[in-house]
Design a protein around this ligand. Structure first.
Ligand SMILES: [Cu+2]
Length: 251
């Protein structure tokens, strides 16, 4: 079935369950499509003016349609309660602790992704709206010692190590965007004024596209230039070291 649906590359742990659900929904829709087609053909054959010249005001007497309807409702309930809800439950509950995950802050804007790393201490620099100025657009509190080792903000690229949970704290600077990495099977709206966490565990080294899944303005499509690099642990550390700069250059 995966072959027929031509599903995109899968590179995250929970993604197999997402694909499973997609496949089961297609099975149900396929059955409904074939069922309705049969119904249509039977109706054409049975109720044309040659086989049924006189209208019957009672109509169908069998209860088959009620049973079929019941079976469809049951199948849909199983999909929802048995698969979709538990999958969603696992996505929003049971986040790994910050220390056990790669934590990245992503702030969407028209039309790019701002990416922040907290540095070795794992704690992001304090930010405050009152500190925002032309030379401090993110309102960083430069007296915050926890911010000294933060990486300078980057645009449009996220690096994460393979096989380790990733937590992305997502927000937006202007309008509603939506962070979507198809290979990771994650999509989450980025909403100004809110910091929304999402989690996944990448399982395959590679470079994956980041899309904006919410029409956000003229340059919406250019947000698809975003890239997520899933590196080996060693490559990730090398990359981190190459990006770390003294706090003085932190603008
Ligand atoms: Cu966008």
């Amino acid at each position: 079935m995966e072959k027929i649906l031509n599903l995109p590359v899968l590179a995250s742990k929970h993604g197999a369950d997402v694909d499973k659900l997609v496949i089961y929904v297609h099975y149900l829709m396929g059955a409904l499509f074939v069922g309705w087609l049969i119904y249509f053909l039977v109706a054409l054959a049975k109720f044309n003016k040659w086989s049924n010249p006189k209208a019957d005001y009672v109509g169908i007497r069998s209860h088959a349609s009620s049973w079929i309807e019941g079976a469809v409702v049951l199948a849909e309930a199983v999909l929802l309660v048995g698969f979709a809800v538990p999958l969603w439950g696992r996505a929003v509950e049971g986040f790994p602790k910050d220390g056990e995950a790669t934590v990245v802050k992503v702030v969407a804007q028209q039309f790019n992704w701002n990416v922040f790393y907290p540095g070795a201490d794992g704690v992001f620099c304090k930010q405050d709206l009152s500190l925002v100025s032309s030379d401090n657009p993110w309102g960083f509190d430069k007296s915050d010692p926890k911010g000294k080792d933060d990486l300078p903000p980057m645009l449009g690229e996220i690096h994460v190590p393979v096989d380790k949970p990733v937590i992305i704290r997502l927000s937006s600077k202007d309008v509603i965007h939506s962070f979507k990495v198809i290979a990771m099977r994650v999509t989450q709206d980025a909403i100004p004024g809110m910091m929304i966490p999402l989690q996944f565990t990448p399982t395959k080294i590679g470079v994956y596209q980041i899309n904006c899944a919410q029409l956000c303005g003229n340059g919406h499509s250019s947000m698809a230039m975003g890239r997520m690099y899933v590196d080996s642990q060693a490559d990730y550390e090398k990359w981190l070291a190459s990006k770390a700069k003294p706090a003085a250059s932190f603008e």
